[in-house]
Design a protein around this ligand. Sequence first.
Ligand SMILES: Nc1nc2c(ncn2[C@@H]2O[C@H](COP(=O)(O)OP(=O)(O)OP(=O)(O)O)[C@@H](O)[C@H]2O)c(=O)[nH]1
Ligand SMILES: [Mg+2]
Length: 237
Amino acid sequence: MQSDIINTIVFIGPTGVGKSRLINYLAEKDVAKTANTLQSVTKGLQCYCVNPQDSTHGFLFVDTQGVCDTTMSNADVVSLISDALKNKVKKVNYFILMIKSGRMTDENRKAIEQLITEFDLVERKNHVYVLVTNCEILNGQALTRLENEVCADRTLKKLLKMEKSSTSSCHEVVNLSFTGLPDPKDVNVLMMDGVRKWMEVQRKPLMKYISKPISAIEPNLRCQTKHIDLFQILHCS
Ligand SMILES: Nc1nc2c(ncn2[C@@H]2O[C@H](COP(=O)(O)OP(=O)(O)OP(=O)(O)O)[C@@H](O)[C@H]2O)c(=O)[nH]1
Ligand SMILES: [Mg+2]
């Protein structure tokens, strides 16, 4: 790794939304295993140190097991990820919460709420980016409609950050974007050029956001509680 600055980015969300595929795309090489299968693919936690060409930063990309996993309960998956982050990764700069475009099922919502609670994402929304995948076939109008739906969703809206736009007097959401990252081998050759161009356009806001320097945080609340305990012990003895 050439750069001294490393942001740790943790990718979380339901199984099959494209967490590993996004890591490969941003890393510009196939580091993580991806598959279009019924069973969930990534198990536990996988870490990849990368330095993409279009960034002055290095990154530690952390791939996680999907919630709504086919073999484990959500609570077990969330606590597996949380313990592994606490032990292996220790500090996080950004969490990328990924969801698939389409209906939010009750199961997905419950699982996302569990992730939000475990990692205290509402309180720490400066460290959160929401990314909606599988949007490659949507046109401009459909994307605007989807953005409005995400902004109105009772779970997701808690994570969104509004800032004053640099081009108008309006406020805009700064930590939400939409992407479509089909595996090139799954795409009709006639469509591939268009899909590739769009993928590149979508890459920029995300890379810009996760490249911003920001102080690192403990992965979960339980780490913070431990620190308070240690503080109390030191002052009691
Ligand atoms: N069409 C389309 N396919 C996608 C997109 N993102 C990922 N995929 C495909 O969806 C499948 C699952 O992607 P993965 O990256 O393995 O998903 P994951 O979230 O890592 O899944 P788990 O490891 O099981 O949690 C792969 O075949 C990807 O190529 C997308 O935006 N559009
Ligand atoms: Mg995966």
